[in-house]
Write a protein of this length. Structure first.
Length: 115
């Protein structure tokens, strides 16, 4: 299973970015999916997830600013990021937890937010 993350870039504080994660398998086989953030020098931290019923969950730090969504017709997971802050800078990794396959990861996409 391949996950291809894209959409990162340089943006000013207050700006927006949309990250995409294209998956080589039907998303309906996944129980859980989402995005992790790894700030420079820190461990990965979960920022947004979707369960098998499509219910989202967010880290407190991004609640109200980020939105996670999926397009089953395109086998793609998204992270819509608004009102970005310098502390949002870092690598963003998508993941999926498959019922029969375990967890798989995308390669990461870099977001840099300038103040």
């Amino acid at each position: 299973v391949q996950l291809q993350a894209s959409g990162g870039g340089l943006v000013q504080a207050g700006g927006s970015l949309t990250l995409s994660c294209e998956v080589s398998r039907d998303l309906s086989y996944s129980d859980d999916m989402g995005w992790y953030h790894q700030a420079p020098g820190n461990q990965r931290a979960l920022v947004a997830s979707l369960d098998s019923d499509g219910r989202p969950d967010y880290a407190q730090s991004v609640e109200g600013r980020f939105r996670v969504s999926r397009d089953n017709t395109k086998n793609t997971l998204y992270l819509i990021m608004n009102n970005l802050r310098p502390e949002d800078t870092g690598q963003y990794y998508c993941y999926l937890m498959w019922r029969d396959y375990g967890q798989t990861w995308g390669q990461g996409t870099l977001v840099t937010v300038s103040s």
